[in-house]
Design a protein around this ligand. Sequence first.
Ligand code: FES
Length: 236
Amino acid sequence: MQVELRILRYDPERDGAPHWEGYRVESGATDRVLDLLHTVKWEQDGSLTFRRSCAHGVCGSDAMLINGRNRLACKIRVDQLGRRISVAPLPGLPVVKDLVVDMDGFFAKYRSVKPYLIAEPDTEPGTEPGERRQSPRDRARYDDTTKCILCAACTTSCPSFWAQPGYVGPAAIVQAHRFIFDSRDEGAAERLEILADDDGVWRCRTIFNCTDACPQGINITGAILEVSGAIGRGKR
Ligand code: FES
């Protein structure tokens, strides 16, 4: 079928402001929005700029605003959207060019919550480190938040983030949750202190946009509430 594709274009070297451009693209029965973007770039306008890598919903690099909702272009099929499709960059982040946004601030917030295992070596100096064992039940405690692919669909769908760009945002809290509730980790108190800050979890207004936007189906609002509950208790 033929699709009318509208893309919000912006070239900082040429344009004063973003503007919509339209394309007619032939779509196959199982095509995804990413396939349409490839067709435009490879057959109609090579200057169209967007990110993508794996093309299979793993790397998180092609999140964008598709028909008014943050989604991965490689996961959403054209037949789920219809013949008229609009594509714009993720909202709330500076646009570098066309559909590419500047992710530096997003990743700075991710790093701010110390998204790595913090634990003292459990062996004597000079010996091989032992296994850090964990029961299936303890592993299940944070399973949902291990699924995050850092695509930024959640953070950039959040009105609290749009209004307060300093807000650490749902993605960083999800990443913190993954370690705070890991029974092997010893850095929970540090992370909870970071997230108790003015720009931490209290900025969440439980709007649920983040949960709706997550391509991995993570219960993000639930994870944020678990972290704020742990702050209230003073422990995980
Ligand atoms: S290109 Fe990797 S998630 Fe879509």
